[in-house]
Ligand binder design. Structure first.
Ligand code: ATP
Ligand code: MG
Length: 454
């Protein structure tokens, strides 16, 4: 006989407890535990031993990746969709998840493979309106359904090459007693879809909502279940959106795709450096970083503002840079390069809403702050990269050659980089610097160095 068990599950981390608690024992969040009923079958599962296979004997059909028809999306996926994989795409409301995935489905359908969109959020007519805006999506099949059983049965019968579920939070499994979007429902939906995806060979893309802090809503177990987690970032008020892989079982996780929202949908920006990597000559507090996002070098403008403050704890605010890294750079500047910022607020911003995770951009952040502190611009046509150590020494950054190539492509005249960096061929001039102090010397206009404003 089925036995119903009551348990409490955390909406943030998925931890379960037998009784209600104000604070989750798993992640420490307050007020996140919700009651859930779990049906359990009293019968123990039949236990039959199975013979494991030798790994070397496992036969694989070479799983050719499916291109989605959107090169930027393919790049983030690691070269296209892997058949029978499960991909989770998260992003803030209105960032363009449905738009991007509908365009991708359109391209898949145009290439002659069946593509299915399961919509739980929008009606078929609403999707049709968007499709008219995007164009070329006539061959996509669409199903407005939120019942998990029906969705799984349809997937098994139709076996499309690619299926998009928009969104996983709207799916509802009848045997799970809680409301759609709850932890148990999302977990059940993802687990069932995973099984169907693997069995029927459907590359399934789940759209997921994000929480206030930007991670995909629902328990973290969802992120463990799926093969690939993509995060769609950027703010609604700017046209540029950035797609990055947070987890990828079939490729690198620091690949980045840049899109621009236009009237005809999201258009990939194949060369974002030209867009984000420009500074105005003579502008104080601006520096160009040569960051490496996955396999792609990217020139990004870093802007800094240093302003005197009376606060006992001066502020260090970074948009697009890690706050801990920013605090470290400010400390190293003060200790090892004579740029004292103890009584100044420091604000740093990275152009285009891009987030830099890579330590190779440290030097550019430091140069932007130093330029702002001293009230003097960097030399014109200059870019920089290099990781900053706590001793003020510059460490070599990975894949220097590729970074230099990108600089050459964009007409950078001088690159300030850690000592020992040298490019080949038509690379721009490299000014090697062993320490942060030497880098400042190479990058700042000579007059500015002596007129220390701080
Ligand atoms: N005609 C248009 N021209 C330019 N941009 C448009 C146009 N119509 C819609 N948009 C943009 O598309 C965005 C909505 O995209 P979409 O519906 O794909 O977002 P979403 O991430 O799926 O949102 P949700 O989480 O609400 O489902 C809006 O923010 C808007 O900026
Ligand atoms: Mg949507």
């Amino acid at each position: 006989m089925a036995k119903v068990i009551v348990q409490f599950t955390c909406g943030e981390c998925g931890a379960t407890t037998g009784r209600w608690l104000g604070r989750c024992p798993g992640c420490g969040a307050f007020g996140t535990l919700v009651e859930e009923l779990q049906g359990r079958d009293g019968q123990p599962a039949a236990r039959t031993a199975r013979a494991p296979e030798r790994l070397g004997d496992v036969r694989v059909e070479e799983a050719a990746r499916l291109t989605t028809g959107i090169p930027e999306l393919d790049r983030v996926l690691g070269g296209g969709l892997v058949p029978a994989s499960l991909v989770l795409v998260g992003g803030e409301p209105g960032v363009g998840k449905s738009t991007l995935l509908l365009s991708a489905l359109g391209a898949v359908a145009r290439s002659g493979r069946p593509a299915l969109l399961v919509t739980g959020e929008e009606s078929v007519a609403q999707v049709r309106l968007r499709a008219e805006r995007l164009g070329g999506t006539d061959d996509v099949s669409i199903l407005a359904e939120t019942d998990l059983d029906a969705v799984c049965a349809t997937l098994e019968r139709e076996a499309p090459a690619v299926c998009v579920i928009d969104s996983v939070q709207t799916l509802h499994a009848t045997e799970v007693g809680s409301a759609p979007g709850s932890v148990a429902q999302v977990r059940e939906s993802a687990a069932r879809l995973l099984r169907v995806a693997k069995e029927s060979g459907v590359a399934t893309i789940l759209v997921g909502h994000v929480t206030k802090d930007g991670s995909v809503a629902g328990p973290r177990v969802l992120e463990h279940l799926v093969d690939c987690v993509l995060q769609f970032e950027g703010d609604r008020y700017h046209a540029h959106r950035v797609l990055r892989a947070v987890k990828n079982r079939f490729g690198s996780t620091n690949e980045l795709g840049v899109f621009e929202m236009t009237a005809s949908g999201l258009v990939g920006v194949p060369d974002p450096s030209t867009l984000f990597g420009r500074t105005e000559a003579g502008e104080v507090g601006a520096a160009v970083a040569v960051a490496l996002e996955g396999t792609r070098p990217l020139l990004l403008e870093v802007q800094a503002l240093v302003s005197r403050t009376d606060l006992a704890m001066p502020r260090r605010v970074g948009t697009g840079v890690d706050p801990k890294r920013l605090a470290m750079i400010v400390a190293v500047l003060g200790r090892h390069a004579g740029v004292a910022l103890g009584s100044a607020d420091v604000f740093v911003n990275v152009a285009g809403g891009v987030r830099i995770d890579e330590p190779g951009a440290d030097l550019a952040v430091a140069l932007a702050i130093a330029s702002a502190a001293r009230g003097a611009p960097l030399r014109p046509g200059i870019a920089s990269f290099g990781e900053l150590g706590l001793t003020g020494r510059l460490r070599p950054a990975a894949q220097a050659e590729r970074r230099l190539e990108e600089c050459a492509k964009l007409g950078v005249q001088l690159v300030v980089a850690p000592e020992g960096t040298n490019g080949r061929g038509a690379a721009p001039r490299v000014a090697g610097a062993g320490t942060l102090r030497q880098a400042l010397h190479a990058a700042l206009e000579p007059a500015a160095e002596t007129s220390a404003a701080e």
